[in-house]
Write a new protein. Structure first.
Length: 302
């Protein structure tokens, strides 16, 4: 690996650690949203560098839709246990019952929109004033509008016109009562940066990120895993394909990509050759409308 590239990863790491420490210094009750995906795993690794040998100044929090990949959930639990940090899990299914929400229907009945209610309820339950997440600007155009400290109003809503300037790594975390800040320490990283950092730091990941055989259906050119959470129609042909996942969301809205990449070097070569972002290629829920992600964020989505 070249000296330039090593220095570049060092700069990204240093910026992220600085952001973590800013959160610890500016907020009373922060939380780290943790799903067991590669970006949130990278955040945990960075937090270890920022705060060890001390404990994290925040819990790990997962908003569980009930439609997750089992591999990600197992890894989530194992990692939290191995580092000895508190893991808070709140379930969308409980929110549906409590609030009498309407369960989505259809072929891919995603609970993504409903998890906003669970997140906002969890923020209120624990009094979180900042929620740290693994969103990156290169993922999707709405996320590219976010600042690293993104202020949300008392209803959890996001207004892209109210974003604060962030000059010279100065982050303004001042909020009024009821407001909340979403914090993105790896906002300036790319998918390729994440994988190069994972390789350098030898960070363990769930097996789902590497090539494996899985039963899928081909839906409009996207390979969607067969699971109890999607509706199989008579016209659907169940296929066995060797695939991996670039991003890990719900089984109802995340497609796989055909791949034989069994190691990190293989994955890096694939990413270098692709011209499509990971969400652009594999997230069904982002294709509902041209502004699907931005609309969800305005309503309180992370």
């Amino acid at each position: 690996m070249s000296k330039y590239h090593t220095d570049y990863l060092d700069q990204l790491e240093s910026e992220s650690i600085h952001i973590f420490r800013e959160v610890a210094g500016q907020f009373e009750h922060p939380a780290l949203l943790f799903s067991g995906g590669k970006d949130s795993i990278t955040l945990v690794h960075l937090a270890l560098k920022a705060f060890r040998p001390g404990k994290f100044p925040f819990p790990l929090v997962h908003i569980d839709t009930g439609h997750n990949f089992p591999e990600a959930l197992s890894f989530r639990d194992e990692l939290a246990a191995s580092i000895g940090e508190k893991l808070v899990v709140r379930k969308v299914e409980d929110t549906i019952r409590k609030r009498h929400l309407t369960e989505p229907t259809g072929k891919f009945a995603s609970r993504n929109a409903l998890q906003t209610f669970t997140l906002l309820d969890t923020i209120e339950e624990f009094g979180f004033d900042a929620c740290i997440g693994g969103a990156r600007r290169d993922e999707e155009k709405a996320r590219a509008k976010e600042r690293i400290f993104s202020v949300r109003d008392e209803f959890g809503g996001w207004d892209p016109k109210r974003q604060r300037p962030e000059l010279w790594n100065t982050y303004n975390g001042r909020i009024r009562k009821g407001e909340n800040v979403r914090v993105f320490p790896i906002s300036n990283w790319t998918e390729l940066d994440i994988w190069n950092y994972i390789r350098r730091e030898q960070i363990a990941l769930p097996s789902i990120y590497f090539a494996h055989d899985r039963e899928v259906i081909d839906y409009q050119g996207q390979l969607v895993a067969v699971s109890p959470f999607i509706r199989l129609d008579p016209a659907d042909e169940v296929l066995s394909r060797r695939v991996r996942y670039r991003t890990v969301g719900d089984m109802t809205c995340t497609a796989a990509v055909e791949s034989s990449a069994s190691g990190i070097d293989d994955i890096i070569r694939e990413i270098t050759a692709t011209r499509t972002s990971e969400r652009g290629e594999t997230r069904i829920d982002d294709k509902v409308s041209e502004a699907a992600m931005e609309d969800r964020k305005k309503n309180g989505y992370f």
